[in-house]
Design a binder for this molecule. Structure first.
Ligand code: FA5
Length: 343
């Protein structure tokens, strides 16, 4: 039996040395130690037929051989595991000499976001609700409900993008459609602002974009007058620009207000001398406004005899330009970081 044990030890050492992977080594371990048919296990089962003396002597030898074989296996297993770690160390090595990557800077708000947030805070402090409206709007809300029927020449001044095969949908040309939507949804009295993107099919220049922002405001109540309108407009400009600005009010035609005004402000970019931002006139068209037309109040589901109101459509990109002295509107959507990092 001693000879047989020595033979098993020799074969186990050779087999483990010759194994070429952890899986193969596991099969070698099975060959000698599997519970049913392992060569060492079968030999150990024969111990029961030995005399007490022999069993003591052989038992000791068996324990020695078993420990030796297990040591061969463990040694070989360590070899394989080391190879795996070496491979990982090569592929995932950290190069301590590599220069440090620049730390990404902190982001900040876009100037338009700053202006809209300030405007919304200002209006909520005056009791206005902040609403939202769809950018893809129905032709009805964008034009018809605002007293601009299909043949009305006012449609020409707001040439828009229609949707292929869906002439009833347009990319909204202004935020005014929310006037009617708000009246229909919330009734009267009402005080609301809505800021968002508008779209027009027009060439761009220093003061025009095809995609630009407006903030609409609407107040519906009893006995609303032009005095209320002008009071709120002045508060708006003072709140955002943080100074008194020179304004002029002149008649303006919009089919959805009566009377309608254009509230212009003296250009802060050039101080009124004339520049690209004010089309060299010294004045900026920023705040068209007026008293809500009775037909619009009717479209909102309200009685125009009982309810009156004012509305305005602030060109918030132009206001942003005035606030920060930006001479060309196209900088705002240009994505140029050296421009944006100034805010
Ligand atoms: C309107 O859009 C009306 N809905 C405004 C209104 C609302 C009047 C409520 C009365 C009552 P207008 O087309 O003028 O009006 O545009 C309003 C403002 O948006 C302009 O004064 C200007 O500041 C800005 N704006 C208009 N077109 C552009 C453009 N292409 N690029 C940048 N800003 C523009």
């Amino acid at each position: 039996m001693i000879e047989k044990l020595e033979q098993i030890k020799k074969e186990a050492r050779e087999a483990s040395n010759n194994s070429s992977s952890l899986e193969e080594l596991e099969l070698v371990r099975e060959r000698f130690f599997s519970r049913k048919s392992g060569e060492f296990t079968v030999l150990a089962k024969g111990m029961k037929d030995l005399s007490d003396n022999e069993r003591k002597k052989i038992g000791q030898k068996m324990n020695e051989v078993k420990s030796e074989i297990e040591a061969f296996f463990d040694h070989k297993k360590n070899e394989f595991e080391m190879k795996v770690w070496e491979a990982i160390a090569v592929t995932e090595a950290i190069d301590v000499t590599q220069p440090k990557l620049p730390t990404p800077g902190h982001g900040h708000q876009h100037p338009m976001t700053i202006v809209h947030t300030e405007l919304e805070e200002l209006f909520t402090s005056m009791g206005f609700t902040v609403l939202d409206g769809p950018e893809l709007e129905s032709e009805y809300y964008n034009f018809d409900a605002l007293n601009i029927p299909g043949t009305h020449p006012a449609r020409d001044s707001q040439d828009t993008f229609f949707i292929k095969n869906h002439p009833e949908w347009v990319m909204r040309t202004h935020t005014s459609p929310v006037q009617v939507r708000a009246m229909q949804k919330y009734g009267a009295p009402l005080r609301a602002v809505v800021s968002g993107r508008c779209f027009r099919n027009e060439s761009t220049d220093a003061s025009h974009e095809h995609t630009f922002y407006q903030m609409e405001g609407i107040v519906i109540d009893r006995h609303i007058s032009i005095a209320h309108l002008i009071g709120v407009m002045k508060e708006l400009l003072r709140g955002v620009l943080r100074k008194d600005v020179e304004v002029r009010l002149r008649p303006g035609y919009f089919p959805f207000v009566e009377p309608g005004f254009e509230l212009d402000m003296k250009c802060l970019v050039c101080g009124g001398a004339g520049c690209g931002a004010c089309k060299h006139s010294g004045w900026i068209e920023t705040l068209p406004c007026g008293l809500v037309h009775p037909k619009v109040i009717e479209a909102g589901g309200l009685d125009p005899v009982e309810w009156t109101g004012f509305a305005f459509g602030l060109g918030s990109m132009r206001l942003c330009m005035q606030k920060y002295g930006i001479e060309d509107i196209r900088h705002l959507h240009g994505g140029n970081l050296s421009f944006l990092e100034q805010f």
